[in-house]
Design a protein. Structure first.
Ligand code: ZN
Length: 329
């Protein structure tokens, strides 16, 4: 080989190396994230309103004899766009999970959950709630089928009921027996939840202490408190202290309440020693960009170390849901 040829070969291998590096960089995945709280629902274009994150920063002052304030708010510089059809939502959400390396625990409409699962089986962990008029036996059959790995969202607070209400007890018994983790809505609701949106909703039924009797009846049941029982931080910390296996998620509050308030709440949970029992979740419904919004809030938490963020985004969920971490590499 002549010197000229050698130089040529070297030059080309340098180009090859360089382009390999570029493609390796573009293909470099984000570290994995598990979103434990996603809702799949049929999109109703008439109600698919755009959304300003942290819209509860300024709750409107109004009166019972005036028009009701709107539940959401889309009056901001860059509201998140609502999907206008089921297909648009599916395409946007699946591509977001690939781009951001997110795996989601999804509850809600069975048909939509199956569609998403068929489109991206590695990205979706199906979750089942207690359907209206669903018997305990029908619930057991649905779980025994093997498709559903999680039970949730259980939200008796919207019917003004405690999670320890005996009407729910046998369903929790089935989950305990089958080793299925359960997500229970506690705490947060939004402005006017009881008198504008859901007349049976009771703030008092979101008190984390109301879980105690149910937990005592089901010692092998694994639960996580959705919305971290916001804003009842003292009760939440006391419950987690008394019950060593209770976890919480940050869903809903992380994109709706004022950011200082969310950070104070999260910081308090970590400061109290529960950094290993906080799960990342969004409460995503029809706004695909909410994933980025919510991830950003945790990434920007200056009081958390990289390892603490990785626990919240991923490690805690792997432990709680008994997942195989190697499948996410
Ligand atoms: Zn909820």
């Amino acid at each position: 080989m002549t010197l000229k040829l050698l130089r040529k070969a070297g030059f080309f291998s340098l180009i090859a190396l360089f382009s390999f590096e570029i493609s390796a960089q573009t293909e470099k995945k984000m570290p994995p994230i598990i979103d434990v709280h996603v809702h799949a629902s049929k999109v109703n274009p008439a109600f698919a309103s755009d959304l300003c994150p942290w819209f509860l920063t300024s709750m409107p002052g109004s009166g019972p004899n005036q028009p009701a304030p709107s539940f959401l708010n889309n009056d901001c510089v860059d509201p998140l766009k609502a999907a206008k059809s089921d297909q648009e939502m599916q395409d946007a959400i699946i591509s977001a999970t690939e781009r951001l390396n997110v795996t989601m625990v999804v509850s809600g409409d069975a048909e939509i959950i199956h569609n998403w699962y068929n489109a991206a089986p590695d990205r979706i962990i199906p979750s089942i709630g207690i359907g209206q008029n669903m018997s305990v036996e029908a619930f057991r059959d649905s779980l025994s089928g093997g498709f559903y790995k999680v039970m949730g969202e259980i939200a008796p607070q919207y019917q003004g009921k405690s999670p320890s209400d005996m009407s729910l007890d046998e369903y929790f018994g089935v989950a305990e027996e089958l080793g299925i983790p359960v997500g229970i809505h506690m705490g947060t609701g939004g402005n006017g939840m009881a008198n504008i949106t859901s007349p049976s909703y009771r703030a008092s039924m979101g008190n984390p202490f109301l879980l105690e009797d149910m937990l005592a009846r089901h010692p092998k049941l694994k639960i996580w408190v959705m919305h971290a029982g916001y804003p009842m931080i003292d009760e939440m910390i006391a419950l987690m202290g008394a019950n060593a296996y209770v976890y919480v998620d940050l869903a809903g509050l992380i994109w709706s309440y004022p950011q200082d308030e969310i950070h104070d709440y999260l910081k308090r949970l970590v400061q109290a020693g529960f950094g290993k029992r906080i799960l990342y979740g969004t409460d995503l419904m029809i706004w695909p960009k909410l994933l980025e919004t919510s991830i950003g809030l945790i990434q920007n938490a200056t009081y958390l170390s990289y390892d603490q963020k990785r626990d919240i985004f991923f490690n805690n969920a792997v432990r709680f849901f008994n997942l195989d971490a190697s499948k996410f590499e």
